[in-house]
Write a protein that binds this ligand. Structure first.
Ligand SMILES: Nc1ncnc2c1ncn2[C@@H]1O[C@H](COP(=O)(O)OP(=O)(O)O)[C@@H](O)[C@H]1O
Ligand SMILES: [Mg+2]
Length: 106
């Protein structure tokens, strides 16, 4: 089986005024092509933050993320957008619909 997603010591920090929230604090994950995986944990444990990193919606503060063997940790906005368009499908928790457009118009 080939490795499709790999996270090495990944961290994501958010600055909240004076303090820093370590939403993801050093995770290692390896997922093979064809695996069916669920990330489970209490509210606030960092699941959405981790999914945003794997889904190339956000970049890690530290650590490395490999998608299809390519290190995407340092990708800029434009490279991440291209990658999302080609490789990622995402079903969001909230609808993320655009108020005054129909699906056809989008
Ligand atoms: N954009 C953000 N700015 C500041 N803090 C955030 C942000 N996103 C998430 N957090 C914080 O990071 C932690 C993990 O949140 P989250 O990834 O949404 O957890 P989960 O999806 O498991 O409920 C929480 O303490 C949350 O308040
Ligand atoms: Mg969540």
């Amino acid at each position: 089986m080939s490795e499709i997603i790999k996270l090495e010591k990944v961290e994501k920090h958010f600055k909240m005024g004076e303090s820093v929230v370590k939403a993801v604090d050093g995770i290692d994950v390896k997922i093979e092509r064809g695996d069916f995986v669920a990330i489970v944990g209490p509210s606030g444990s960092g699941k959405s933050t981790a999914m945003n990193l794997v889904g190339s919606l956000d970049s890690p503060t530290k650590g490395k993320i490999f998608l299809d063997k390519k290190n995407i940790s340092d990708f800029d906005e434009s490279n991440l957008a291209q990658l999302r368009g080609k490789k990622i499908g995402f079903i969001f928790q909230s609808f993320n619909l655009i108020q005054n457009l129909t699906a056809k118009e989008i």
